[in-house]
Design a protein around this ligand. Structure first.
Ligand code: GLU
Length: 486
């Protein structure tokens, strides 16, 4: 038997190992999951999935004071809601302190890192002096070549950044970026309180996870040369980088709460659908001709991280609402139902699933969000107890209105079978028998049952209620008119 039949030859494993695409999303759990972070996660996810690669999730919770479990929950819920599922175990940096320490100790032993005994006051004085002289504010290398421990001071550990040369990388979004080592200083890899720093952990973890492409916000560009120097010092392969631009609010400032919702879970509460959010975010900073609507399959087919624009993009809520409306229209009522029901609960309305399912097709055309849809449909489950003055003045005017509503009530009560068609006929018969225009019956009847909420064709509207409820609401309105016009 040929040895090849036993399995793929070893060199194939080697090739797979070398070329495996690995991306990661590495949020810090110190607040909400920002919509900009979600776009980064989406780009990482798309790039990994396009290349049959791996998409990892790492929670960067080394800042024990600012990191919270609640924030980690928000991140996991948000990604899960959007379907941006990661591969493998989630890495929590807070559980890796021993690994970081071991590497730091090795670096000290190899002379790649050193203890710095400077006190905070000394460092502050250093910065003040540099400021005064108009120099860039950097650590002056005082302990780079050794020095005596200072009693009472717990030392930080600093990385020996190369003094000469420069660091260069070809950023997939920004092109070639070059930074001279003279612009960098010996940065801290472990603070005096024992906490390893972001720039250190990120390198150790990305190398351990064999990340091939780091996709992150451009606010990290200035960290990248420091990280590349550390990769080299530790003998790790340097990954590729793509720094995606910021998302701005309509005033040109970085998108923040001042501009409205930035937490992705607020978008769920507002009634946005995951495909609308993902479609909106993929286009924010990337284009494929002038196509606006992208199914998940199309995103996977067309998206290229190299084509992401380097200029910042502006968040446009109206466009997101437009896309959301599109996806609401495209969905089946069955798919919308479970997503819509929580919005009734949020309004304090007890909704009946079967009725909601029947009503959805009549509301899909106009609602821009599921919250709006639930608000528009709430009348089905909450009978009016009063009527908006303006609407009542218009719809209930004329001495015969109460009588017309009662006549319609009688006709509906007499129906053997109540459905859209028979209701339609009952309305038509009422109009005809009383010799009035359709509006004379239609307008007050609609207001009577809906209390003024947006509603479909009158017969359809009535059909969303059971017969007893239709009659009760028509009767209530007739009495209301009698009382208020009395
Ligand atoms: N934890 C960093 C952040 O939330 C991410 C850093 C990275 O992706 O390298 O900004």
């Amino acid at each position: 038997m040929s040895p090849y039949l036993a399995g793929p030859p070893l060199f194939l494993f080697v090739i797979v190992e070398v070329f495996m695409v690995v991306t990661r999303f590495a949020p810090s759990p110190t607040g909400d999951l920002h919509i900009g972070g979600v776009r980064t996660a989406l780009y990482c996810w798309l790039h990994a999935r396009q290349h049959q690669g791996v998409f990892r999730l790492r929670i960067e919770d080394t800042d024990l004071e600012r990191s919270t479990e609640a924030s980690t929950r928000v991140i996991l819920d948000g990604l899960n809601w959007l379907g941006l599922h990661h591969d493998g175990e989630i890495v929590y940096q807070s559980k890796r302190f021993a690994d970081y320490d071991a590497i730091i100790e090795q670096m000290i032993a190899r002379g790649q890192a050193y203890y710095c005994w400077c006190t905070p006051e000394e460092l502050e004085a250093m910065r003040e002096e540099q400021k005064r002289l108009g120099l860039p504010q950097r650590y002056n290398g005082k302990y780079r070549d050794g020095g005596e421990p200072v009693p009472g001071v717990t030392p930080a550990v600093r990385f020996k950044n190369p003094l000469e040369g420069s660091v260069s990388w070809h950023d997939k979004v920004r092109g070639v970026v070059t930074v001279n080592n003279s612009e960098l200083d010996d940065w801290v890899i472990r603070r005096s309180d024992g906490a390893p720093t972001y720039n250190f952990c990120v390198v150790v973890d990305d190398a351990a996870a064999k990340v091939s492409l780091v996709i992150r916000g451009e606010d990290h560009v200035s960290n990248t040369p420091k990280q590349i120097n550390l990769y080299r010092a530790l003998g790790y392969d340097v990954p590729e980088f793509a720094h995606v631009p910021m998302i701005l609010g309509d005033d040109g400032k970085r998108l923040s709460k001042r501009h409205g919702a930035t937490n992705v879970l607020d978008y769920r509460r507002e009634g946005y659908l995951p495909p609308a959010i993902l479609n909106y975010l993929v286009r924010l900073g990337w284009a494929h001709g002038d196509q606006e609507i992208f199914s998940m399959d199309e995103m996977l087919q067309y998206f290229r991280i190299d084509d992401v624009h380097s200029a910042a993009s502006t968040f446009n809520t109206e466009k997101l609402r437009w896309l959301n409306q599109h996806y609401i229209k495209e969905s089946t009522p069955e798919a919308l139902l479970p997503q819509l029901l929580p919005h009734f609960a949020a309004l304090g309305v007890t909704a009946d699933e079967t009725t909601v399912l029947r009503a959805i097709p009549h509301y899909q055309e106009r609602a821009k969000t599921l919250k709006e849809m639930a608000e528009h449909m709430a009348w089905i489950f909450v009978a009016p107890t009063a009527f908006p003055a303006d609407a009542a003045k218009k719809a209930f005017k004329g001495g015969e209105t109460a009588h017309l509503l009662q006549d319609l009530q009688t006709r509906i009560a007499a129906l053997a079978d109540v459905n859209v068609e028979t209701l339609h006929d009952a309305i038509a018969a009422c109009v005809e028998a009383n010799g009035v225009g359709f509006g004379k019956v239609g307008q007050p009847a609609r207001l009577a049952v809906t209390g003024g909420a947006p509603s479909p064709d009158l017969a359809v509207t009535l059909s969303l209620l059971n017969t007893a409820e239709i009659l009760r609401r028509l009767q209530f309105a007739a009495e209301y008119i009698a009382q208020n016009q009395g």
